[in-house]
Design a protein around this ligand. Structure first.
Ligand SMILES: Cc1cc2nc3c(=O)[nH]c(=O)nc-3n(C[C@H](O)[C@H](O)[C@H](O)COP(=O)(O)OP(=O)(O)OC[C@H]3O[C@@H](n4cnc5c(N)ncnc54)[C@H](O)[C@@H]3O)c2cc1C
Length: 505
């Protein structure tokens, strides 16, 4: 049975059509809107920006469209985004992008096999760490970083005796350095990733797929029902939600920045966790204390992307599509902390999406440095600084010849989520060292204040396998909409429970 069928069946007794305001037209808000519209609610989606999509956004500044936010489908088994991607006729790549070369700290490429062994081991330790954290959650103390687990595993595999001098010692050093790649997954310095709550990083099973055609067509499809029904109001940043109780139940007044005040019977808040942390919306009465605490406990990370385009893909003479620069010694002026840098070749995407462009991911302190460069006085000054930062890396790629016009960057496109208040000044939820019980915190936010008909959703309230992802945000929107229908007597709790069976909550 579909959600709408379950709702109309249960809702026959209910005569009034409830009005629900959804704050935010990102993945979760649009999915919630779709379910509620199809189930017969009156829906208004208030979106702060002049576009829908939230942390899914594309830009054609460099020619072909590129994703500024989400780019990957994490896990293809039972992932609702796969179905949407197929319906939207998107192209997604599996194999083209996992052929890696790792550069040693002195800038020389390691033998390909060694680089791939380092990377494989790193993923194995990460997977094992997630399993270990799930199995031993109660026994693991708080305040322990995942890096301690990783180091212990590396020590086991490369005992001191074997590592004393020679190749093994270097191998162990590299194994410890490459772990920084995972910072791009958890959107912070990997040392800040909690071990006890590491299991919350576990993704949906299956392959990771790169959306070659961008998430754009999927977002158009996600937004279709809300847009076609005229429910989305753009340029409407919400500042306040005030609830009063009447004999007929709670009534909400939702106020936007330009003074508009809209009434609703229920409200779904989908603004990012980072925005909730900053109290970007004032709630009267205030949010319950346990929710405030849960919002405080969870982390909100930073991940940024810099695309650099060239006249030709000079590096694409071979199959290598992913380049990793370990603890670089050769960029003391711009990267004195020797933070790992990595880049993905978009020349390796299938036609017609392949392009002579490199995608650099940055996270934590480096992403802050890059976004600070975007705040300089002129776009030219920003561009110059950003290219200065990345030059030591792209100039080490195969085929690079200094002063050859083919190796000179044509243009750059760098994201700025850290300075974007509607993205909560960051990228997505993470689980920092010191977190006590992330599951409890997520459940608390997910619960919202149902008696007040005030619900919260987004990637930070997703089923555990979808946290911090588009897939999770989509699920969260759907689940919250169902709970909202239950709240309005339009769906029975039994019907909701039956539909919830597959949610993994
Ligand atoms: C750089 C980057 C890379 C990523 N890569 C991936 C990836 O490869 N794969 C993946 O699955 N996920 C990825 N993610 C995460 C993914 O994009 C998010 O988890 C998902 O899009 C979040 O959806 P959401 O509905 O929870 O929030 P959002 O999409 O942020 O939606 C919230 C909406 O609320 C609006 N809003 C905010 N404040 C207000 C206000 N006061 N009033 C009205 N509206 C407001 C915002 O403008 C936004 O439209 C990435 C994110 C970033 C930033």
């Amino acid at each position: 049975m579909t959600i709408a069928e379950a709702a109309s069946k249960d809702g026959e007794q209910s005569s009034k059509k409830p009005k629900v305001i959804i704050i935010g037209a990102g993945t979760s808000g649009l999915r919630a809107a779709e379910v509620l519209i199809e189930s017969g609610c009156e829906v208004v989606v208030l979106e702060a920006r002049d576009r829908v999509g939230g942390r899914i956004a594309t830009s054609s500044k460099l020619g072909l469209p590129l994703d500024l936010g989400a780019n990957w489908i994490h896990g293809d088994q039972g992932n609702p985004i796969i179905d949407l991607a197929k319906r939207a006729q998107c192209s997604y790549s599996v194999d083209e992008l996992d052929d890696t070369v790792v550069f040693a700290p002195d800038g020389t490429p390691l033998p390909k096999r060694l680089g791939q062994e380092l990377e494989t081991k790193m993923w194995d330790y990460f997977d094992d760490g997630m399993e270990y954290s799930a199995q031993n959650f109660d026994a693991i103390k708080t305040n322990i970083s995942f890096i301690e687990y990783y180091k212990a595993r590396t020590d086991e595999d490369f005992p001191e005796g074997a590592a004393a001098g020679g190749d093994d010692e270097k191998r162990k050093e590299y194994q410890m350095q490459i772990v920084e790649i995972l910072g791009g997954i958890v959107a912070t310095d990997i040392k800040r990733q909690d071990l006890k709550n590491l299991h919350l990083e576990k993704p949906i099973p299956g392959e990771n797929l790169f959306m070659s055609s961008t998430y754009g067509p999927v977002m158009t499809l996600m937004a279709k029902t809300a847009v076609e029904n005229g429910c989305v109001q753009l340029n409407a940043p919400v500042e306040q939600v005030e609830t009063v109780y009447t004999a007929a139940g709670p009534v909400h007044t939702v106020c936007t920045k330009d003074g508009e005040a809209l009434k609703a019977d229920g409200v779904i808040v989908t603004i990012p966790l980072g925005s909730l942390k900053q109290d970007r919306i004032k709630f009267t009465p205030p949010m319950p204390e346990n929710m405030r605490q849960a919002i405080k406990h969870l982390g909100y990370g930073s991940l940024e992307k810099t695309y650099i385009s060239f006249p030709t893909a000079f590096w694409a003479t071979e199959s290598t599509s992913y380049f990793v620069f370990l603890a670089p010694e050769y960029a003391p002026a711009t990267n004195s902390e020797r933070k790992l840098i990595s880049t993905l070749s978009l020349a390796h995407l299938p036609q017609p999406y392949n392009q002579p462009t490199l995608l650099f991911y940055t996270h934590g302190d480096i992403s802050k440095r890059i976004t600070d460069m975007l705040q300089l006085d002129s776009p030219e000054a920003s561009r110059k600084k950003i290219l200065e930062f990345f030059q030591p890396y792209f100039s080490r790629l195969p085929g690079y010849v200094a002063d050859d016009p083919d190796c000179m960057p044509v243009d750059i496109l760098s994201t700025n989520w850290l300075n974007d208040e509607y993205a909560g000044n960051g990228s997505y939820t993470n689980f920092p060292v010191g977190l006590v019980d992330g599951v409890e915190d997520i459940k608390t936010i997910r619960e919202g204040v149902p008696g007040q008909r005030l619900w919260f959703c987004g990637e930070h309230t997703a089923p555990l396998l979808g946290l911090a992802s588009v897939s999770g945000a989509y699920w969260a929107g759907e689940i919250t909409a169902r709970r909202c229908l239950v709240g309005f007597g339009m769906m029975s709790e039994e019907a909701e429970r039956a539909l919830a069976m597959g949610d993994g909550l």
